[in-house]
Ligand binder design. Structure first.
Ligand code: F6R
Length: 244
C-alpha cells in the first residue's frame, strides 16, 4: 500500500486524475473501473480538463462502474448512469458503447449480477478508482460477516441511506437495494486507487488503513491488494499524522 498525502481535496483530485491519465497514456484502450459519489467529482473534472487541453483521449477507453441502484433507469437523475454521463462521459470523446454500469431496471436482478460479473471479467479492469463510505463500504459492500466474491444484489444499510439522502429529495426516495461489484471483483482489478478526502472520513480512514482487516470494515480488505495506492488529503489523515 502506498499512501499519497495531499494538502486538500483539489490536490487529491489532481493526483488521482494524474494516475488515471498515466494509465490511459500507457495503454490507450485501458479499462477504467469508476466510482460515483462526491469524492471523485474533482477527479473527473481534472480528467475533462486534460481532455480539453488535448492531453488525453478516451476514444479507445472502456469504463465499468462499481455499482448502481436497483429500480433506477438511465434517465433517472439519481442513477449512477446519469451521474457518470453528467460528470465525465458527456464531456469527453469516449464511445458510449464502451461505458458499462449495472442495469438497475433489469427484470431479473440475479441474472443481471451474473451478466455484470462476466462482463467485468471479460473486460479486465486495469485501474479501479474507489471511494469509501462513512461505514467503511467500498462499492456498496456494506459491513458484514462475509466477503462477497462476485457482483451481487445488496440491501443498503441505514447508515448508507442516511449518507446518500443528500442526493435525493427525501430519505424515503433513496433505493433500498443496489447491484454492486463484490470485494472479489474489485480485488481482481490490476491496480486500485482509493481516494479519501475530508475530515468526516478521518475516523474510517484510520480504521480501514490501520485497524484489523475484516469484512466489518470492507475497505480494510483491499489492503491485501498488491497494487493499492491511497490518495488522502490532510483533513482525512488527521488521526494518522504520525505516519506521514
Ligand atoms: C459509489 C461508491 C461508494 C462511494 C462511497 C463514498 O460508486 O462506490 O462506495 O465511493 O459511498 O461516497 P462519497 O464520495 O459521496 O462520500
Amino acid at each position: 500500500m502506498r499512501i499519497i498525502s495531499t494538502k486538500n481535496y483539489n490536490e487529491a483530485s489532481a493526483r488521482a486524475a494524474d494516475l488515471i491519465a498515466a494509465q490511459i497514456l500507457v495503454k490507450p484502450d485501458s479499462v477504467l473501473g469508476l466510482a460515483t459519489g462526491s469524492t471523485p467529482i474533482g477527479t473527473y473534472k481534472e480528467l475533462v480538463k486534460k481532455y480539453n487541453n488535448s492531453e488525453l483521449s478516451f476514444s479507445e477507453v472502456s469504463t465499468i462502474n462499481l455499482d448502481e441502484y436497483v429500480g433506477l433507469g438511465h434517465d433517472d437523475e439519481q442513477s449512477y448512469y446519469h451521474f457518470m454521463m453528467e460528470n465525465l462521459h458527456n464531456k469527453t470523446d469516449i464511445d458510449k458503447n464502451n461505458v458499462y454500469l449495472p442495469n438497475g431496471l433489469a427484470e431479473n436482478i440475479d441474472d443481471e449480477c451474473i451478466r455484470y460479473e462476466e462482463l467485468a471479467e471479460d473486460l479486465g479492469i486495469d485501474i479501479q478508482l474507489l471511494g469509501i463510505g462513512l461505514n467503511g463500504h467500498v462499492g456498496f459492500n456494506e459491513p458484514s460477516d462475509f466477503i462477497e466474491n462476485y457482483t451481487y444484489k445488496v440491501e443498503l444499510t441505514q447508515s448508507t441511506i442516511e449518507a446518500n439522502k443528500r442526493f435525493f429529495k427525501k430519505a424515503e426516495d433513496v433505493p433500498k437495494e443496489a447491484i454492486t461489484m463484490g470485494i472479489g471483483t474489485i480485488m481482481r482489478a490490476k491496480k486500485l486507487v482509493l481516494l479519501i478526502t475530508g475530515e468526516n472520513k478521518a475516523e474510517i480512514l484510520d480504521q480501514a488503513l490501520f485497524g484489523p482487516i475484516t469484512p466489518q470494515v470492507p475497505a480494510s480488505l483491499i489492503r491485501m491488494h498488491p497494487d493499492l495506492t491511497v490518495i488522502a488529503d490532510n483533513p482525512a489523515l488527521k488521526l494518522v499524522s504520525k505516519i506521514i
